[in-house]
Design a binder for this molecule. Structure first.
Ligand SMILES: Nc1ncnc2c1ncn2[C@@H]1O[C@H](COP(=O)(O)OP(=O)(O)OP(=O)(O)O)[C@@H](O)[C@H]1O
Ligand SMILES: [Mg+2]
Length: 242
């Protein structure tokens, strides 16, 4: 049986820099896979390759048995892969609900249908009180939730989260972690890049670690927390997950 998402020997160069080097991993349906590694390891580039923002220099990406390599971002979204951006890029002249409606139009043709899907998604991420709020007045925590809502309003089967905890308060991190953890049971598979390690390591069912563009480790969070290669490249010391 083939995996839900398969990244097969994928590479991407930027001039002389190999940002992603022969990366292979698979994601099973219903998993919450954590993807971690130091700054510049190639995590966001990998998301851009899966989401069709960038084309790989080599390798293949297969989703539900079909190649997605070389497809445009809107085609990748249509087949069920949504992503957040590490630096949120909302439409600043639009309100919160209007921003999410732009995603909802992928699935809903009418304005009323898109508004209703957008409002339901915003309620889901705890933004019920902000439908009409101008995006420019949101705090970082609220902007990150908006970014998550924009991805989920596309009704994805697989969602790629890129550092949705950065800049959040500890209370916000707790709420967002719980929310992310609930997604697989609602039929949404998650691949999650995060530097807030206690959040991701306690939530992910499995981890893949990349360093300088290459996969250096993979497995259960408890094993990754004391893997010598991961400690050397990223953690600095073994992590206590208790
Ligand atoms: N569009 C681009 N043009 C040139 N180089 C790029 C481009 N995007 C990424 N890079 C380079 O590719 C490498 C990987 O970057 P990437 O943003 O994927 O890292 P990352 O793992 O997401 O890091 P971070 O944790 O800081 O977000 C870096 O050396 C980066 O400078
Ligand atoms: Mg990144």
């Amino acid at each position: 049986m083939s995996a839900f998402l398969e990244v097969r020997h994928v590479s991407r160069a930027f001039n002389s820099t190999m940002a992603v080097k022969d990366v292979s991993f698979a994601v099973q349906q219903g998993e919450l896979l954590g993807l971690m590694g130091p700054n510049g390891a190639g995590k966001s580039t990998l998301f851009n390759l899966i989401a069709g923002v960038l084309a790989p220099t080599a390798g293949e990406i297969i989703f539900e048995g079909k190649p997605v390599t070389g497809r445009k971002p809107y085609e990748v979204a249509r087949i069920g892969i949504a992503r957040t951006f590490q630096i949120p890029k909302p439409y600043r002249q639009l309100s919160v609900v209007e921003n999410v409606m732009l995603s909802a139009f992928l699935r809903e043709k009418s304005v009323a249908g898109a508004r209703s899907l957008a409002e339901a998604t915003l309620a889901d991420v705890g933004l019920s009180d902000y439908f009409g709020t101008p995006v420019g007045s949101l705090t970082v925590g609220l902007l990150k939730r908006l970014e998550v809502a924009r991805a989920l309003a596309m009704r994805p089967k697989l969602v790629l989260f890129d550092e949705i905890m950065a800049g959040l308060t500890p209370t916000e991190v707790g709420a967002m972690t719980k929310f992310v953890a609930s997604l697989p049971s609602r039929g949404i598979t998650v691949v999650w890049v995060e530097h807030v390690l206690y959040a991701i390591m306690k939530t992910a069912t499995r981890m893949v670690v990349i360093n300088r563009g290459e996969v250096i480790a993979g497995g259960a969070p408890a094993a990754i927390a004391r893997d010598p290669a991961v400690v050397k490249a990223y953690l600095g010391e073994e992590m206590d997950l208790a």
